[in-house]
Design a protein around this ligand. Sequence first.
Ligand code: NAP
Length: 481
Amino acid sequence: MSKEVKPESVSLCPLGMTAAPEQELLCIFGTGDFGRSLGQRLLQTGYRVVYGSRRPHSCGPLPQGAQVMSHEAAAQSAGVIFLCVHRENYDFLETLVTQLKGKVLVDVSNNLKKNVYPEANAEYLQRLIPGAHVVKAFNTLSAWSLQNGPSDASRQVYLCGNSAEAKQQVVETATKLGFNVLDRGTLSAARELEDFPLQLFPEWRLPLRLAFGLTAFFFFYLLIRDVVYTYVEQDKDISFRIMVSLANKVFPIVSLIMLSLCYLPGVVAAFLQLYRGTKYKRFPDWLDRWMLCRKQLGLLALGFASLHVLYTLIIPIRYYVRFRIAESTISKIKENQTSVFDTTMAWRVDSYYAMGILGFGLYLLLGISSLPSVSNALSWREFSFIQSKLGYLTLFFCTFHTYLYGWDKFLRPSYYKWYTPPGYMLCLVVPSVVMALKLNYHNHRHRKNKTNRKRRYKDTAVTGITRAIALGNLTHCFGCH
Ligand code: NAP
């Protein structure tokens, strides 16, 4: 229940009970969702809160302990004002220019679409109230996450503003609320901060498109090679194999290609630096973008590999497989045939599975170490050891796993249906190229380092000789080297 304390001011509970004199008073304009959640968090953290509202007597339920007044009275009572009002309604602030002079005005607003207005909301606000110190902050949080406290992913508060002191006051408040604060500079960064909440997985877009494209391509490729080919050439309907057999071919193929695409840009970049002879030149934009989405590429590749594992695990319980095994056993019994144990085959199959298991184990390790909570606990050397060295080992295991799957089929013409290679042969191209390039790069660097060492050695020797001649002590110089 609200209780009036001034003609234009309403307290939601007796002032004396909550407001300790030493507690800082903060003002919030707007008693909507965001304003209420922010007020509740501030009160829980020990601040006193005063709301500025158009309707101080009839606004909805507010957090217990907060006061509510008219905008004018609220603005006068606090040094920091959180503006929890939509940009379209900022006009009312023009009547408060005097009261807001010298105050820190925190703009939390977002827009529903990008580029709706020619300038950022915070810049517009600063133009509207030139005497205030506008700070853009808290807009990347939701009212829900504010209410629940920063225990989940949204721990980060981004802010920007032209006044260092004003920003410092907001930083202190945000830190007390339990958020990590990242200063993005002056108010010119406001547009970027306002666009943050409107982003829809920007770094996932390219990897997702790639995953979708590869899946679609290999699905239709294998559909034609396996199902359509058998129907046309052998008059047999094996379309039921789409659900498991085909899927279990497409997923590992896409996974291996995507894993190798994580490592390809690194190798391309290394060769580019080698070619340019310097590492202090910018990479082309397409390479930059590719390198920036390697984590997402890797995580999607891990997802496809996990599906492959699950699909493989159900093979023994499939009706088709059980039927084929039973049929072959019965026909052998009927024809009184025996099978001879093939040791080579046993080695091949076991090695094939072992490579797959090891590859998947390392795949998981790569995925786990890319989680922020894990990678934050690793040193840069540890992280790059896992992502680079173990990453290449994963690529090697998975590629070898696929080569073992192919075994001698690469040389048998019967596997090239309608003159097309099987899908797993196609998918081996990229990882094989990546590993060959990586090896080549290592050899190149090794040779270059050796040449550099020799050159340095020569240079040192020549410098030594020159110095020695100058000093008239040639014998000493040769003795040194
Ligand atoms: P809301 O629930 O619609 O509340 C907006 C408040 O603004 C109203 O309760 C009202 O308070 C005040 N208001 C409305 N019309 C006004 C006018 N003509 N003049 C002056 N004041 C007016 O909106 P919200 O969700 O709290 O969002 C408030 C701001 O926070 C927006 O800029 C939004 O972009 C930003 N934000 C919201 C969220 C979120 O999760 N909701 C997240 C990030 C940022 P009184 O009736 O008390 O005057």
